[in-house]
Design a protein around this ligand. Sequence first.
Ligand code: SF4
Ligand code: SF4
Length: 459
Amino acid sequence: MGTNNGIPPRIHVMAKPSGATCNLGCSYCFFLDKELLYPDSRFRMGDVDLETYIRQLIELHRTREVTIAWQGGEPTLMGVDFYRKAIEYQEKYRKPGMVFENTMQTNGTLLNDEWCEFLKENNFLMGISIDGPPHLHDAHRLDKGGKGTFDSVMHGLRLLQKHGVEYNILTTVNRVNAAHPLEVYRFLRDEAKTSWIQFIPIVERINEDGGNLYQEGDKVTPRSVLPEQFGRFLIQIFDEWILNDVGKVFVQMFESSLRSFMHFPTSGICIFDQTCGSALALEHNGDLYSCDHFVEPDYLLGNIKTEHMLKMVGSDQQRQFGLDKRDSLPKYCRDCEVRFACNGECPKNRFIDTPAGEPGLNYLCVGYKGFFKRVDVPMKLLGTLLRTGRPAEEVMGLLRKDEPALREAYRKSRAKDACPCGSGMTFNRCHGWKSQKHGHKRGKPSAPQPRPPVGNYGR
Ligand code: SF4
Ligand code: SF4
């Protein structure tokens, strides 16, 4: 990918036309506190700002494909007509041959037939936020009255399916659903029937301002996923996926890891790349921020009403923001054996000290390290298959042959032994771990699990 004055040819901007406002009140939503940044705002992007944004976004792209990403808060609060206008402006400023892909991340609860007809007609790619089956989803995804939203989210999902709208699922991983990795994964695969899943760890810091307006402090809320728990969550889902679902289900973190293990120049997700800075956030009033996770006064680049996005994206401030991700890595990360895949993950989560006392280690380090070590052998095998022109699916048959020996090793392992899966974690913290409800008794390890019939989950 070439650059022009350091500006990549393609930029990802998350536009938040309704700001941080949302019709729900999910307990861990870090966007809700962002309303405090704009105390007197109605949180509605005006028509002039919408046109300016679309025009500038098109002008700064030097690629044929342009992704136009709508997010919130809840972007459907803007109503269908706002997006009809957005499509009109895309047509008005389209460069010859340019192809647009509109994406939208939504809780799905406001979708109806009119919405879905519009989304289908304009080829939107929708992301729906679902945290698992009802008892896990409703642990935190509540409406303003504190009631669970599972039924209304699933209604929205079924409408998208009925109208043939393309969709992905985004699952936030918190301390509750992280304890049920297979139940979550099987639900998404078999009930929500998705073939593309994105997992986002919930890491909320307890700040002096009482919320998440600034990224400060080294304490996390009780809702936040625990580092080891997150690693185990990924490992157990990976075990299921690599034996059953390669080529059928795409898990963003697994796809990105594969790219890293195959030494692609980028992993495909900013959090695992060496540097970042190409994923910005646009607020409802035209304010542009360095990143969606840094919508904070210190990371404001300017406003599209007074400055072209091209200038802000290419500014020293933004360039430095992207380079800091690499340059602020502690020695512990620089020496880490899985750095090529992890790269210290997102700076937002780098708030603990290394064992040597150096600041800036990622809170999720233990989990990521375990995960990347666990996937080393299978990912290399997958990479070899792909490089030699063989189908990725072959990996499942090859690894199944090793399963009896692995199971036997699990059976013989004692609590403090290193887990035979290669994660580097102790057995009792990895494959010997017992979940609260659907756990695995010592000597009956989790991998591999036979694929359950559809609907046979959450008992
Ligand atoms: S700060 Fe984190 S989320 Fe934002 S661009 Fe960098 S790596 Fe990505
Ligand atoms: S696994 Fe831990 S030490 Fe290694 S790069 Fe990631 S955060 Fe740093």
